[in-house]
Design a protein around this ligand. Sequence first.
Ligand code: IVH
Length: 676
Amino acid sequence: MSSKESLRRKIEDLRKELNEHNYRYYVLAQPSISDREFDRLLKELETLEAENPEFVSPDSPTARVSGEPTKLFPPATHAIPMLSLANTYSKDEVLEFERRIKDLLGHAPKDGYTCELKFDGVAMSLTYENGKLVRGATRGDGVTGDDVTPNVRTIRMIPLLLRNAKKYADLKFEVRGEVFMSLEGFRKMNAEREELGDPPFANPRNSTAGTLKTLDPREVAKRPLSFTAYQLQFIGKEESGLATQTSRLEFLKELGFPVSQYTRHVQTIDEVMAFAMEWQEKRESLPFEIDGAVIKVNSLAEQSELGQVAKSPRWAIAYKFEARQAKTILGGITLQVGRMGTITPVAELEPVALTGITIRRATLHNSDEIERKDIRIGDTVIIERGGDVIPKVAGVDHSKRPKDSKPFHYPKKCPACGSPLVHPEGEVNWYCENPECPPQVVARITHFASRGAMDIAGLGEQSVEQFVAAGMLRTIDDIYSLSSKQDELLSLERMGEKKLENLFAGIEKSKLQPPEKLLFGLGIRHVGTNIAKLLIRAFGSIDAVSEATMEAIDEVEAIGPEIARSVYEYFRNPKIRPILEKLRKAGLSFTGEKIKRETIESAFFKGKTFVLTGTLSSMTRDEAKEKIETRGGKATGSVSKKTDYVLAGVEAGSKLEKAQELGVRVLTEEEFLKEL
Ligand code: IVH
């Protein structure tokens, strides 16, 4: 055997070995080696692959993080629409579900029901072909979701290559399941975020959804995402002998998918209810969040006989658990000032235990909520954790109200700086409009230094608070003159040479951050990381963004009028210029790469206005819009006399009628494709 051949074998063996360990760990929950040993093997494989690039393969366990950050997620149409489940909340509704099934089938389900936990995460569709993962897509509207394959590939318990891949190479199928975060993973991640000055996520589900929408797979790989498979659907040829949900779950395990160990196969609806009640009681003991139980008719033949209504099957329901509540006394109400000056009332509570944690504070949302729920200090209030980590005051037990209680008078002045609070018409929030209000200053600078922005290690909320209080930081540009205040800084409490050195190193390093991070760091209302990226790509630099007209900003894809106005107004604020100039002098990077839209000359499209309606078979509406725009046309929302063409797909509605009424030319998809 040539040495190359033996190397190839070695690499293949290592991959197999690693995949098998993954399977033992995630599917069987019976690891046979330590995490360290696993990492060592992985490292060995990485080294071999790096030295022998001809053997690199996308199915290798080393190829989890691949590809560069993307701009947007391409649309993904589901081979079989992704349905959702009808919700039930009582035993009566479950009995009603059973009665309907018996009516339709003429008998009770022959193979009983499967009772599963309802994982509280994000539904995911995974497509496998030739034994390999080829696509991961979110549910979207059930017909079309987002193609998030690069992100999904980073989830370690999702097999890139099936076990027995060769044996099942001729099968094409979709595995559906839930991407979620374990409570432990979620809490650890949030603790790290807070340390870095990043805003914590509200709950595991939100952070899962947010993570899947992250554009950089390297970031996704750092987040603790988990997966559980709960459905298998073949596309085309079916594997025989898999006529029940339970057998399919077993088969999924064999292929290497993690499947819930809590699923129970039962015969009667009483047993179904027992399962639901049991988990309603025991949900806190689980290492992840669930929001109910899912009941499915086990036989697939019966499932297809039962069919579906609108967007949910008749053969399955969700039994949703009640929200988790506790009662306690409201000792006081304090006001918190946010980065944008938003005032949030916070309930100060007599400590109470709820779902494993002690709750001392809860959000009251806004002044309207306090009034609407008639919440008074001294009241016995109902605290709820609806899966959220931040508990809220859901209501008041009026029977326990002290006789002498008085309605809460919402302060008219900022608790931090004393400025009068304002309540813009049509908004629920009150604002402190003083830009020098200390908690706002602290929040602004903390945001600027946070990981998603300038990423200055050593400049978390606590340090910023300290520096602001000492008068050393007032605006974000002050960060870059801190190095001239060494003595003053050293005289502060909890500050030493080493710490200062790290801080200065972090500040220096931040100067290398790309302009989209800086733009995000400025803290412009509505400008998150994605919008900041889009703006830099469209305009090329922060200066160009600052000079752009509102219309020009509005025209950037995915940016609407509200964001455009906010960006435009931000740069018209006279106080902003000098700050930006100081940041420029400090050496921060304002210019990035403008990504030019491809343009195509077309006499047919140039200068014409199009309205799209109905569903196209060859592309999504967004793709069609993009194609029109690259050819110099415009796509607008509503039909008027100025519209040149209405492009009508299947099930075109009122816009088509309007076009006919106004005598606007209607294009079929075929005609449109010809012009393209
Ligand atoms: S089955 C047609 N099983 O709940 C059946 N769904 O509204 C489709 N979910 O979108 C879903 N755990 O995100 C099923 N064991 C489970 C589930 C589950 C959580 C989610 C899923 C779905 C939603 C239903």
